[in-house]
Every structure is written in structure tokens, then in C-alpha cells.
Design a protein around this ligand. Structure first.
Ligand SMILES: *[C@@H]1O[C@H](CO)[C@@H](O)[C@H](O)[C@H]1NC(C)=O
Ligand SMILES: *[C@@H]1O[C@H](CO)[C@@H](O)[C@H](O)[C@H]1NC(C)=O
Ligand SMILES: *[C@@H]1O[C@H](CO)[C@@H](O)[C@H](O)[C@H]1NC(C)=O
Length: 374
């Protein structure tokens, strides 16, 4: 293997944030919905796909905990996981205080493909868990809308705030995501992608809103010689055409789809999907610098690798260690303590963007001096 090629591969694994994992197939569990007195579904539905080992389960539980801590609305979690990992979820979520449990419900699902006649091909072509999110609209067929999150996501804002973007969609939009990068000169897609992608820098699919009612009705434009295919009809041909050219699995497929259907995507600012790339050399996420980080995405294993990404790890630890004693100010204090103990790196210098968000949640009217000291 040539040195340049090897460097390229290393670079690739450094730059993007995708977790490829595998799982086992099994039947889907029945899910209930949270309905109000008028029979309307008023819960916020969140899906996460967690396969692999206990570390992945732990990361997912901290992710879920962060959403439960900051929300004021009921959340329904759809957790797709391997059968061997289900007990761990049941035990931990069941051990949380009753007052906390009253804020959410959850359903454990086995990783599965829709019974659309293609399931054998799907199983052969894809690593199981990696592509599961593409099938959620048809697996969760009675649910209107969904927030999908990768396991390495932490909310430090109420989940209902990101959910509000649904009401901003125009008539052609059914999904919302953030750009993969803010800077055209250093983003991965414009330099390396060997397939079409959305916009100038591609999109990152770690935090993704989907109006699945709309998705199920839409006919998609494409370069597959298919006339007006539905989402399901398009996925297999799309994968077959591009599989040798895609690097980041289903995120690349989403990029190709929205390249040909840009009017269907709403892009939200990077503060809703804040990654190490946004602060590693300099602070490039303007919305976070001005209004604070809302959602952290610990790709590059940033929540685990404390020496490389101490800021991300500091927030993760504070939420992991929080045992539901004390209110949000307890978490603020813990994050502050963790951050103050750190040496200055580019990301820690920027950590006021995290602390100020937490501060505004403790005092909703609070001072919005975002450029203050730690
Ligand atoms: C999703 O789209 C459908 C059809 O346009 C609409 O009725 C529904 O209210 C939308 N859901 C949300 C959460 O906006
Ligand atoms: C895959 O990449 C190669 C090399 O860049 C390119 O020639 C080919 O057209 C690409 N295939 C597709 C389906 O875009
Ligand atoms: C909805 O917004 C997108 C993105 O700005 C745009 O491309 C599309 O044309 C809009 N659709 C309508 C019907 O205005």
C-alpha cells in the first residue's frame, strides 16, 4: 500500500464521524404511541440505533439521559439494538427515579429490514445496524415525524427546541440536517467525494429530523433511470450504483438523494450538531459562537478520548455522573469544574459557547453575555 494512499485512509478516518456497526436480525417489538385526549400523538419521537458492545450502550444511555434532563415535553424513544444488549437498556432506564421515568417512554426494537421483498438483498449488501436509519420511515410506519440521533450525541438544550424546525418546513421539505462543514476549503466532500453530495460541503446526518408522513408520499428525482420512485423503491438501486464510491455509508446515500432533491432539505445551523471540527483549529461555527452550542456531536470518539477532546469529554462526564439529584444548575457546576481543570486548547478556549447555553437554561431570562469568561 503506497504511503499517500495510507495517509489518505488515515485522514479519512480522522475527518468524518461515522460508526459502522453490525447487529442481528429479529422481530420488531410492538410500539405504542403517546396520545393526548383527542387521540393526537403529542410525543416527541426520537430514534437511536445502538449495536456493538457495552461501551456503545453506555454512550447511548448518556445520550438519552441528556435529552430527558433538559426536556419539558414527553419523549418516546425508539431504541434499535441487538437482542443481547436489550437487558442493559431495560435495567438502566428502569433504575432511574420515578419522577424522571414519567418524562419519557421507550421501546426496544430489534434491528430489522422492511418486509418489502428485498430483505435478502438488504441483508447481503449492508452491514446491519449501519443502514437501519434509512428504513425507519417504513419500520415505524404509524409515526408521523422523528428525530434520529447517532449514539454519540449529547443535548444541552431541550429537544423540543430542535423539534420546532418541523414547523418551519416549507411545502417541499421533509428533512432537516446541518452542513458537514462550514468551510469549503477544508471539508471532506468537496475534496474527496466520488459521488454527488448536497450543497457546497455536504450534510452531516448525525442529527436528522424526518417528517416521515411526507417522505412516504414523495416521488424522488434521481440519476438511476427510475421514473418517480418512492423512498423504498430508490434505496436499493441507489446503493448498488454507488456502493464502490461511498465512504461514509448511509450518510453518503443521503447526500446523493438531497443532491438531486435539494428543495426537500431544510438545513439548520451547526450549533445543533457541534463537532470537534468546529473548534479544533479555530472557532468556525458562527451560530455556536453567537448563540451557544445546543447539541454536541462527539464524533472522532470525542466523548471517550479525554486527552484529545477534553471539552467534549468534560460535558459527557458531567452528564454521565449526574444521578438526578439536584437540578440543571448541578450539571452546570459540574461542567464548569471539569472545564476549568483543563489546559487551554482551541476547543477549551471556546467552551463558553457550552457554558452559556447551560447558564441560560438555569436562568431562562438570564444574561446572554456569550463572550464572557468561563
Ligand atoms: C408532517 O407532514 C404532514 C403532511 O404534510 C403534516 O400533516 C404533519 O403535521 C407534519 N408533521 C410535523 C411534525 O410537522
Ligand atoms: C465512481 O468514482 C469513479 C472515480 O472517481 C468515477 O469515474 C465514477 O463515475 C464514479 N461512479 C459513480 C456511479 O459515480
Ligand atoms: C423550500 O426551501 C428550499 C430551501 O430553501 C427551496 O429550495 C425550495 O424551493 C422551497 N420550496 C418552496 C415550495 O418554496
Amino acid at each position: 500500500m503506497g504511503k499517500t494512499y495510507k495517509n489518505y485512509i488515515e485522514y479519512v478516518f480522522m475527518v468524518l464521524c461515522i460508526c459502522l456497526v453490525s447487529g442481528t436480525v429479529n422481530g420488531d417489538d410492538k410500539h405504542q404511541t403517546n396520545q393526548d385526549v383527542f387521540g393526537r400523538d403529542n410525543a416527541i419521537h426520537v430514534a437511536v440505533v445502538a449495536c456493538g458492545n457495552d461501551d456503545r450502550v453506555l454512550e447511548t444511555l448518556v445520550n438519552i439521559k441528556s435529552m430527558v434532563i433538559f426536556t419539558k415535553k414527553p419523549i418516546k424513544f425508539h431504541i434499535f439494538t441487538e437482542d443481547t444488549l436489550k437487558d442493559k437498556f431495560l435495567q438502566t432506564l428502569g433504575s432511574w427515579p420515578v419522577t424522571v421515568q414519567s418524562k419519557f417512554s421507550f421501546q426496544l426494537h430489534s434491528v430489522t429490514y422492511p418486509e418489502d421483498g428485498n430483505q435478502h438483498q438488504w441483508k447481503k449488501l449492508f452491514k446491519l445496524c449501519a443502514s437501519q436509519r434509512l428504513f425507519l420511515p417504513h419500520i415505524l410506519s404509524d409515526i408521523d415525524s422523528l428525530l434520529y440521533v447517532d449514539t454519540d450525541i449529547l443535548f444541552i438544550s431541550p429537544v423540543e427546541d430542535i423539534w420546532k424546525f418541523f414547523s418551519k418546513f416549507n411545502s417541499t421539505q421533509f428533512s432537516a440536517m446541518s452542513p458537514e462543514h462550514e468551510n469549503r476549503n477544508s471539508d471532506w466532500y468537496s475534496r474527496f467525494a466520488r459521488h454527488p453530495y448536497y450543497g457546497a460541503t455536504g450534510i452531516n446526518s448525525g442529527v436528522m429530523l424526518m417528517n416521515m408522513t411526507r417522505l412516504r408520499q414523495i416521488k424522488f428525482k434521481n440519476d438511476l433511470k427510475l421514473l418517480d420512485p418512492s423512498w423504498n423503491e430508490m434505496l436499493l438501486p441507489l446503493y448498488k450504483k454507488y456502493r464502490l464510491n461511498i465512504t461514509w455509508g448511509d450518510q453518503d446515500l443521503l447526500n446523493i438523494i438531497f443532491h438531486y432533491n435539494p428543495e426537500m432539505l431544510f438545513t439548520f445551523p451547526c450549533k445543533w450538531n457541534y463537532r470537534p471540527d468546529h473548534c479544533m483549529y479555530m472557532p468556525i461555527c458562527k451560530s455556536a459562537n453567537q448563540e451557544g452550542v445546543k447539541v454536541l456531536h462527539g464524533c472522532r470518539r470525542a466523548f471517550q478520548e479525554g486527552t484529545k477532546w477534553p471539552t467534549f469529554r468534560a460535558v459527557y462526564k458531567a452528564i454521565e455522573d449526574y444521578n438526578f439529584n439536584g437540578d440543571i444548575s448541578t450539571i452546570f457546576a459540574a461542567v464548569k469544574t471539569n472545564l476549568e481543570a483543563l489546559d487551554k486548547t482551541h476547543c477549551t478556549k471556546n467552551s463558553y459557547t457550552i457554558l452559556n447555553t447551560l447558564k441560560t437554561m438555569i436562568q431562562p431570562e438570564g444574561n446572554e453575555n456569550l463572550h464572557g469568561e468561563l
